[in-house]
Design a protein around this ligand. Structure first.
Ligand code: DGY
Length: 323
């Protein structure tokens, strides 16, 4: 049922790009987080108390405690993210709250970063730039900074949803051969479907594109990494929890893997700067910038705001969480 009075809506970050928050402000009284650091679970609970709607990010925990703190007025939690692993969907259902996300908005932008990581790791571009910054560019040597070609290499996509398909289109342009493993998604012209083990054993680049769920947590561990070619590259732009990072570090140090590229880490965003992964020369790490362009982030926030307002108006959200 539509909310009659001016609704109260919490927004969990002070710095959201685009006009999404302005759209909300026209119609709602906003309770906005103003801290320099993101709110922790307790602060989120305080913020959402008595609200009709909440606009949050994908890593803000939306669980029973959050929903109870909100109280009966809460109708909608709108995520400005595609991933919803921090949402307890059973609890959301029990509390009769609609939860929404932004599935299409970050697809192309995130696929760009996956492709960039493939190129950086394969061609050792991060290492080359580091050496330049250390003042080591004095001579041209034919055997310096040698990487591996992507042209002709086999790309194995683990998960074949929208982002993986966008990576496949890019990779085809780079002359890569593409295969994928996805027990749920249908194939297409770009890619051939294989089992996970075959994919790991036969791919030159393995790129992860599965959501983090109980079934995919730790999907790629020591055993899976050991199946990969020693000349292979692993890329993760999905969620840190899908990959065993310690096993990855061990594989890179042992030379059992050529290189890796990560845009996500299990402990993000509060990573330890002394994490040995950051010092590993054959690893390129980015601070979760997959969807970080002005246009995409603005689109994500605007879609989240429109979803939220639709539910408060008693209408259907454009992009509710699946299932
Ligand atoms: C998402 O949308 O889930 C990304 O990981 C954050 O941009």
């Amino acid at each position: 049922m539509a909310v009659q009075r001016r609704p109260r809506v919490m927004v969990s970050r002070p710095d959201l790009p685009g006009n999404g928050v302005d759209l909300l402000a026209e119609r709602c009284d906003l309770v906005e987080w103003r801290g320099d650091l993101p709110p922790g679970p307790e602060e989120l609970r305080e913020l959402v108390r008595g609200c009709d709607g909440a606009l949050v990010l994908g890593n803000d925990p939306v669980d029973t405690a959050f929903l109870r703190a909100a109280g009966d007025a809460l109708k909608v939690v709108a995520l400005a993210s595609v991933g919803f692993d921090a949402v307890d969907r059973n609890a959301v259902r029990e509390h009769r709250v609609v939860a929404t996300h932004t599935p299409a908005a970050p697809v192309e932008t995130t696929a760009d970063v996956a492709m960039a990581l493939i190129l950086m790791a394969r061609r050792r571009l991060g290492r080359a730039m580091d050496s330049l910054r250390r003042g080591e560019w004095r001579v041209f040597r034919m055997d310096d900074h040698l990487g591996l070609d992507v042209q002709g290499a086999v790309l194995g996509l683990v998960g074949y949803g929208q982002i993986a398909r966008a990576v496949a289109r890019r990779a085809a342009g780079f002359g890569m051969q593409i295969q994928h493993y996805d027990p749920y998604g249908p194939g297409d012209l770009f890619s051939r479907e294989v089992g996970l083990e075959e994919l790991l054993r036969t791919s030159d680049v393995v790129s992860l594109h599965v959501p983090l769920t109980p079934a995919t947590a730790g999907l790629i561990g020591a055993q899976e990494l050991a199946m990969m070619k020693p000349t292979a590259t692993l890329v993760n732009t999905a969620r840190g929890g899908v990959l065993d990072e310690e096993a990855l570090l061990a594989a890179l140090r042992a030379g059992a893997l050529h290189s890796a590229g990560l845009d996500v880490m299990a402990a993000e965003p509060r990573c330890d700067p002394a994490d040995p992964l950051f010092a590993e020369p054959n690893l390129v790490v980015l601070p979760h910038v997959g969807s970080a362009t002005e246009a995409t982030r603005a689109e994500m926030v605007e879609l989240a705001a429109r979803n939220l307002l639709a539910v408060l108006d008693g209408a259907q959200a454009r992009t509710p969480l699946p299932g």
